[in-house]
Ligand binder design. Structure first.
Ligand SMILES: Nc1ncnc2c1ncn2[C@@H]1O[C@H](COP(=O)(O)OP(=O)(O)OP(=O)(O)O)[C@@H](O)[C@H]1O
Length: 956
């Protein structure tokens, strides 16, 4: 850029409140500001933040708790009187815990005959089972008696004792037999068998073979003992009183935990998708980047803010898990729990970040989120609901390819980790003895151990899965974070945003990306200019306006060094890769230059290309060809540098609904690197200037349209920008506020370049040092308000009111005096004369001056020359009132637009006839307004341009 300096560098930047910082310092500063913003928003979105961090973990944990309790309640149901079931030997008993002493058979009554039957039974049973025969023990009468060894057959007093003993010492006695011997003949021997039906239910004795065996054995013994006596047999069965074990296993947590905790995490996942894509959709991110925010800061700030939510969520989950007393939480190292939930949350967070780079609409992002949710839900419910299915996926023998794909999904890795935790901690119910066997627990060291064989599921063939140690799940979750982090960074750069910006797919291989090479063009700015000059489209020169051509040549002039130089800027909106005939050329080879301290007002019909030009210059849209140099930085390749000296007030407000005006100013001041000690003054000055001071603590979402516009305008002025682009800044403002804004802009433009687009002719007239008018992507006219009016306007109009009977006299006199004046309207004494635009014709200008002097009469000011003598000291006697007006900017605009659209134009959806009638309307309006002031001397101050409108009043 040294070349440009030699040709006379633009004015040095004024002393600024911007702190000079290196890359790290800027990064740290912006990160701090962004984190503060995120925190404010998270606090503002209290419900959403609490839902993600506290409510979701709590609700899902509560649901699990309720389900677990329901399951426990179901298992703990006591059945004191199970129904009897009529029915038709026997192995040694098992105590409450494996190896505990027990009683094989308790029987009653202990009559000699029954004793005989039982001994016969024991002998015959021993033959069948090839086990030692059950011994007949001493009679028992104490219900609190605890066997020390496995006892054979214990006679007791009555049936009630058997029942009471079973209640008192559950899981101690295998069988109870109550005989009822009714005297005969015939002898009717009835007996009842107490049987533990759980054995049948839990699969230990699925066909009730033991039951059939004991009954057959007893029947056999009865028949043997009562040989030759007529006998009938009656048998009833009865379950033992069902007394559940004191501790139950958390099967619900084991089966449903992965699903519920996955759902809990999805709340943050979907919120992140929505938040980031909404910021993209509402262009909030672009707005901040235009104000200098680094995209790395944007991502890191979101990562840190959301990681905090994930961490809080992990703690809340762990604490509620402990409060609810789940084994998975109680029996697991606290650090393991926190890390597992944190890493899972982080993996999902990065997956969400990655998805946001692929979509532009929040609606689509949420749809993708729901899709991920359903897939994850299916996985967690069908795959990780039991170790039986869950571990199959992790066994090398199953499908290494499927496994290699699945480990890229955080929920797959979390499912395995949680399965490991529950497998180690849930414990199990011993089906044989109906007692709870606790798991070994999950210590920190467990992370590195393979699952012990006895905890692995056993498949049909008797094989067990080969399961990697739990730490592998953590490794894969970390891998997920890094993988999706890198994808987010890459795709965020290469996928074009909605304005078409993207980096080349190999951007990371270029030194420029890492700030090592020189950004932008290798040749100097002058070389570039020469090249662009050659590229300059001569085609447009044929019907080009002289001022526009001069402006183009000036922009291409190497000796001239303006603050901003736009050369051959062109934008084509194309629907496909191949250029088509109906591609929209929104800006056609625009050449223009801006100087410091001047404001350029850009006018044009709808769709003329104003916003597109502004968007290219503010770095929102890439140009198809051409370039602009702003303080010698190229828009094409040095946008980060330009952003440091640029402010933008976009056409559509880019504001955070939940931040106040004051917070907006502080946020952008921070992003721009404004010295912190000046923030208070900045807030007060700027907000007072646009009359937002009183509502500075009110959230922007509650502002009216005009208030939002004023805040957007203030934002564009933060950080001492050298160039400010204001796209229709006063749209929707009331006249009072608009004037305040004009005053603010007028004061602010010193030492800066301001480009403003507007549809308000008044605004362009008041603010524009130069006004450019665009149509169909081309500049049609440029110049000061006065020069545009004189170049493209219809000149001056003089309206004269006379009495109708003097009308002919007046017309005759005027025709004699100023033959060039054209009578445009004559109705009932109201005469409207058109004085052609002088266009440098001094003769015609003096005609007009002389005629005005004639109307005014001899000057009352001493020494002033009398231009025309007349018979009345106050001017011609036949003139009752008169007025003069110049062409308005609106008329100039309409004329230029009409000329640019010889076939009529669709932008306004009207044809040239309608434009002509509008011009006529404007003419009449100017007549009315020129006669509306009853003062003899013109009130020059009433207009922004003293020559625009004057009026005189003749006393009758
Ligand atoms: N993203 C886009 N894709 C295709 N065409 C576009 C796109 N943006 C703008 N255009 C077209 O480019 C032309 C110029 O649009 P632009 O928004 O620059 O006009 P404008 O002068 O700012 O209009 P307005 O005064 O209505 O804001 C229009 O015809 C418009 O339809």
């Amino acid at each position: 850029m040294a070349e440009m300096s030699s040709a006379g560098a633009p004015t040095a930047m004024p002393s600024s409140t911007i702190e000079k910082r290196n890359w790290f310092s800027t990064f740290g500063n912006q990160l701090f500001i962004m984190l503060k913003r995120n925190t404010i928003l998270q606090i503002r979105y209290t419900k959403s933040t609490l839902s993600q961090t506290v409510l979701a973990p709590f609700i899902f944990m509560l649901l699990l708790f309720i389900l677990q309790k329901a399951d426990h309640a179901n298992q703990k149901k006591s059945v004191y009187n199970p129904a009897e079931a009529p029915l038709q030997g026997v192995y040694g008993c098992q105590g409450a815990e494996e190896g505990d002493p027990c009683i094989n058979i308790m029987y009653t009554p202990a009559s000699p005959e029954i004793n005989n039957i039982m001994t016969t039974f024991a002998t015959k049973n021993a033959e069948r089972t090839e086990q030692p025969a059950f011994a007949t023990e001493a009679a028992l009468s104490d219900v609190s008696f605890l066997p020390r060894t496995a006892m054979g057959m214990v006679p007791v007093a009555n049936s009630q004792f058997i029942y009471d003993y079973a209640l008192y010492n559950p899981n101690t006695t295998a069988w109870g037999i109550t005989f009822t011997d009714i005297a005969g003949p015939p002898r009717n021997v009835a007996y009842q068998v107490w049987y533990n039906s759980t054995n049948a239910a839990n699969g230990t004795d699925i066909y009730g073979q033991q039951l059939v065996a004991i009954m057959r054995g007893l029947d056999e013994a009865i028949i043997s003992v009562l040989n030759n006596q007529p006998t009938t047999l009656a048998v009833t069965l009865k379950d033992w009183p069902l007394i559940p074990p004191k501790t139950l296993s958390d099967t619900i947590i084991q089966n449903l935990g992965p699903v519920f905790f996955f759902c809990s995490e999805m709340v943050i996942f979907i919120n992140v998708l929505n938040l980031i894509v909404t910021e993209k959709e509402l262009k909030l991110r672009h707005g901040m980047e235009m104000m200098g925010l680094k995209s790395s800061v944007y991502w890191v700030s979101h990562f840190l803010s959301n990681s905090l939510l994930v961490l809080v969520g992990a703690f809340v989950t762990a604490i509620f898990g402990l409060i609810f007393g789940f084994f998975a939480f109680k029996e697991t190292n606290f650090g393991v729990i926190i890390f597992t939930f944190f890493l899972f949350g982080e993996g999902m967070l990065m997956l969400a970040f990655f998805i946001t780079t692929l979509v532009r609409k929040a609606r689509v992002a949420i749809l993708i989120g729901i899709f991920v949710f359903i897939i994850g839900l299916l996985f967690e419910s069908f795959v990780f609901s039991s170790s039986f299915v869950g571990y199959i996926w992790w066994d090398e023998g199953t499908s290494p390819t499927a496994w290699k794909i699945l480990i890229f999904f955080p929920f797959f890795n979390f499912g395995k980790m949680f399965l490991d935790i529950t497998t180690y901690t849930t414990g199990r119910l011993d089906t044989l003895t109906n007692t709870f066997i606790p798991g070994p627990g999950f210590a920190w060291s467990t992370l590195f151990q393979s699952l012990p064989n006895d905890l692995r599921p056993t498949y049909g063939s008797g094989s067990t899965p080969d399961v990697p140690p739990p730490i592998d799940s953590w490794r894969f979750l970390l891998m997920n974070m890094l993988f999706y982090g890198v994808l987010t960074w890459y795709f965020d750069c290469v996928i074009p945003d909605e304005f078409g910006w993207s980096l080349k797919p190999w951007f990371f291989l270029t030194p420029e990306y890492w700030g090592l090479g020189r950004r932008g063009k290798s040749q100097g700015a002058l070389d570039w200019l020469r090249r662009e000059k050659k590229n300059s489209n001569t085609e447009i020169a044929t019907d080009e306006d002289k001022d526009v051509r001069d402006e183009r040549l000036r922009a291409l002039d190497e000796a001239y060094n303006p603050a901003v130089r736009i050369v051959n800027l062109r934008k084509v909106y194309s629907n496909g890769i191949v250029r088509k005939k109906h591609d929209k050329v929104a800006v056609k080879d625009l050449c223009i230059s801006f100087e410091e301290g001047k404001l350029l007002a850009l006018l044009g019909q709808n769709g003329a290309g104003k916003s597109t030009s502004m968007n290219i210059l503010s770095g929102l849209t890439p140009a198809t060809s051409g370039d602009a140099l702003m303080y010698n930085y190229s828009v094409r390749s040095q946008m980060p540098e330009i952003r440091n000296i640029m402010g933008v007030c976009p056409q559509h407000d880019i504001l955070f609904d939940d931040l106040t005006a004051e917070e907006h100013v502080r946020l952008y001041a921070g992003l721009k690197g404004v010295r912190k000690d000046t923030w208070d003054t900045l807030v007060e000055d700027r907000l007072t200037a646009v009359r937002l001071w009183k509502v500075r603590k009110q959230r922007a979402g509650t502002y009216s349209g005009g208030m939002k516009r004023r805040l957007s305008l203030v934002i564009s002025t933060i950080g001492d920008p050298k160039i400010i682009f204001m796209d229709e800044p006063t749209t929707g403002m009331d006249p009072v506020n608009r004037r305040h804004v004009w005053e603010f802009v007028e004061k602010f433009k010193k030492g800066r370049v301001i480009v403003l687009t507007t549809h308000s002719m008044e605004e362009a007239d008041v603010l524009g040092d130069r006004i450019a008018i665009m149509a169909h992507g081309r500049m049609r006219a440029i110049g000061t308000s006065i020069s545009l009016k004189s170049q493209h306007g219809s000149g001056y109009r003089v309206s004269i009111i006379v009495d109708p009977e003097n009308s002919e006299l007046a017309k005759r006199k005027i025709a004699e005096m100023v033959p060039s004046a054209v009578l445009e309207d004559d109705s009932a004494g109201a005469l409207l004369y058109q004085f052609p635009a002088p266009h440098g014709n001094a003769g015609k200008q003096s005609d007009l001056a002389a005629f005005i002097g004639y109307l005014e009469g001899p000057s009352s000011e001493p020494g002033a020359p009398d231009i025309v003598k007349d018979d009345d000291q106050n001017g011609p006697w036949w003139v009752k009132a008169w007025g003069i007006s110049q062409t308005t900017l609106e008329e100039v605009f309409l004329r230029l637009i009409r000329n640019a659209n010889p076939q009529g134009y669709s932008g306004y959806e009207q044809n040239n006839q309608q434009v002509d009638s509008q011009l006529d309307l404007l003419r009449r309006r100017s007549l009315r307004s020129s006669l509306s002031r009853p003062t003899r001397r013109p009130n020059a101050g009433a207009s922004s341009n003293p020559v625009v409108q004057e009026s005189g009043y003749k006393k009758s």
